[in-house]
Write a protein that binds this ligand. Structure first.
Ligand code: HEM
Length: 157
């Protein structure tokens, strides 16, 4: 292969060594993340519980899907591609524990169908942690802790 031809699994990253090590450990790359994100939102949009919440807020799916691939690339492969605020995006949504449970069920199922086993486990573990964090933040806000000047992730207990 000539030096000018990109390697098949090349991704854009700010931390090439870490990203390469994570890709090797998990078998994940841009193509796998894109497959997972697109398949997941195909399911989510058709889901009776979650679909209406997305339909209410997203009319142009292209940018949202691109954003979500960048988000998972940052989370799973530490590429630094995502710049946004997932916490803020969810604070005003009409969601309860049942919505997060359903989201995680669909995500886990889709990850197992679209990624190699190590990659699926890696994605599911991170999705569970982030979902718990977003949900916890929403509950805190509803209970009134959102008035505190201390960010939720810095408060004890
Ligand atoms: C209860 C389940 C969930 C629902 C109904 C939901 C719904 C949404 C909606 C409607 C948006 C678009 C917000 C807007 O642009 O106005 C959004 C954005 C987003 N969601 Fe979720 N979400 C859920 C759970 C999660 C979880 C568990 C994660 C991560 C593991 C996540 C990650 C994101 C990210 C990264 C964005 C983009 C934020 C931005 O940069 O604008 N979501 N979500």
């Amino acid at each position: 292969m000539s030096a000018s031809v990109p390697a098949r699994r090349e991704v854009v990253t700010l931390r090439p060594e870490i990203t390469r090590a994570l890709m090797d450990q998990t078998g994940l790359d841009d193509a796998a993340l894109t497959r997972l994100v697109h398949a997941f939102y195909d399911q989510t949009r058709r889901d009776p519980l979650l679909g209406p919440i997305f339909a209410e807020r997203i009319s142009d799916w292209g940018p949202h899907l691109d954003r979500m691939v960048a988000f998972w690339s940052s989370v799973a492969l530490m590429t630094g591609r995502y710049h946004g605020s997932p916490m803020r995006a969810h604070l005003s949504l009409p969601v309860e524990k049942a919505h997060f449970d359903r989201w995680l069920d669909l995500f886990s199922q889709t990850a197992r169908e679209t990624c190699p086993p190590e990659g699926a486990a890696h994605m599911i573990e991170r999705a569970e942690r982030i979902a718990a964090s977003i949900h916890g933040n929403i509950i805190d806000r509803r209970d009134g802790y959102g008035c505190s000047s201390t960010p939720p992730d810095l408060r004890l207990a």
